[in-house]
Design a protein around this ligand. Structure first.
Ligand code: TMP
Ligand code: MG
Length: 216
């Protein structure tokens, strides 16, 4: 008596352009799930704390340059180095909220318009990583993004890149299952409500979905 099966956690990813409100919404979602009795962990990619993450950080801040394919593979390696701990946490019943994942990985690299770095090429190193149970794509229009103020100083934070990234996210999410497109142009509160609805449906279905899967 007194021993019950640990219900696995959910792997929830939040994606979107810069200034779509990812960080605030991740925080709100974490609070909501905790109130519902879930154990929740928040992680983000790139994880700038690891040795690989430090290389990525200096690249993003413009302190170093890297060849396009090479930096792409480092972003992917930065996920692979944490993949096992994600799997363990999920089986131990922890729900993980991930701020950016493989989708950003593929899309930002493909947006560089390097002739040998297609979206398809960029996706390959992601195959086999833990597969999100749900990806919430926070969608904002170019106009709304512009209203939210200027870009930061990091690499990729310019109009040309962001426009391409927006288009590529659209074409990628057209062929992905388990993606909820959230209109992030609404108020913080409305957006968080929409996210809660999508996440609740997913969490209810976890026993139907079965064990954590991998990206294909
Ligand atoms: P951040 O602003 O969420 O910290 O992300 C830093 C930048 O890195 C952002 O412009 C998106 C980009 N990025 C990639 O190019 N590849 C990746 O795999 C990830 C996770 C982010
Ligand atoms: Mg940023």
């Amino acid at each position: 008596a007194g021993h019950e099966l640990t219900r696995r956690g959910a792997l929830l990813v939040v994606e979107g352009l810069d200034r779509a409100g990812k960080s605030s919404q991740c925080e709100k979602l974490g609070d909501y799930l905790s109130q519902q009795g879930h154990t929740v962990k928040y992680i983000r990619f790139p994880d700038r704390t690891t040795p690989i993450g430090k290389l990525i950080d200096s690249y993003l801040r413009g302190s170093t340059n890297q060849e396009d394919h090479s930096i792409h593979l480092l972003f992917s390696a930065n996920r692979w180095e944490i993949a096992k701990s994600i799997q363990e946490d999920i089986s131990n019943g922890i729900t993980i909220i991930v701020d950016r994942y493989s989708y950003s990985g593929a899309v930002y690299s493909a947006a560089k318009a390097n002739p040998t770095l297609s979206l398809e090429w960029a996706w390959q190193p992601e195959i086999g990583l833990p597969r999100p149970d749900l990806c919430l794509f926070l969608s904002i229009s170019a106009e709304e993004a512009a209203k939210r103020g200027g870009y930061g100083a990091e690499r990729y934070e310019n109009e040309t890149m962001q426009t391409r990234v927006r288009e590529l996210f659209r074409s990628l999410f057209n062929r992905q299952e388990d993606v909820a497109i959230i209109n992030a142009g609404k108020s913080l509160k409305e957006v968080s409500k929409d996210i809660q609805v999508a996440v609740s449906k997913c969490v209810e279905r976890l026993n139907v979905i079965g064990p954590l899967r991998v990206l294909g």
